[in-house]
Ligand binder design. Sequence first.
Ligand SMILES: [Zn+2]
Length: 199
Amino acid sequence: MEVLDAVFLDRDGTINVKAPEGSYITRPSQLRLLTGAANAIRALNDAGVLVLVVTNQRGVASRQMSLADVEDVHQELSSRLRRVGARVDGFYVCPHADLSCGCRKPAPGLLFQASHDRPGLRLDRSVMIGDSEIDVEAAAAAGARAIRLGPEATKTRATWLYPDLASAVRALIGSPDERPEAQPPGIPPLANGTEFRKG
Ligand SMILES: [Zn+2]
C-alpha cells in the first residue's frame, strides 16, 4: 500500500470561495466554504492523512489586511470544520509581495517549512491540491505530486485533474462509506516526475 503522509490544500478556490481578483478574504464573515470541502477534509482526517493548508495572502504585504486578520479567518475556518468533525492540522501562510520571498507559491517554501516542522513527513509521499497552476508548480518544486482542480480540459502539468476537492479526495482515499478497509489508496506510483494519468 502506498503511504500518503500529507495533503497540502490551497485555501481560496479550493476550500472556500475565492474573493474577487485583487481583493482578499479579510474577515471571517466573508468566508464561504465550497460544497463538499468540509466533508472531504474530514475524510482525510479519518484516513490518518495530515491536512496542511498552504496559502498566499499577498493582501498582508499590500496592507489590505493584517496577519491577525488572516489568523481570524483561519480560526473561523477551523470552527466551521469542527462542526462536521473535521480539522486542519496546520496553516502555512505567505504574507509577502511577489518575488520577495521563497515561500510565495509557485515557490515551494511553505511545503518545505511544513516538512521541516514535521520530521517524518515526506514530500514525495504527499500531494498538493489546488485550483491554480501555481499550486502545481509549488508541488513539483517540492517533489510532491499535485492534483489540479478545474473544469475538464484545463491545461495542467498536474498528476491529476478533478473538478473539486470532494472528488479529488474521493479519488485519493476513496469514499469512507464505499471503501473496504483493505483497499489501498488509489495513487499510482510516481513515474519519474513526467507523464501522469489525468483523472
Ligand atoms: Zn512568502
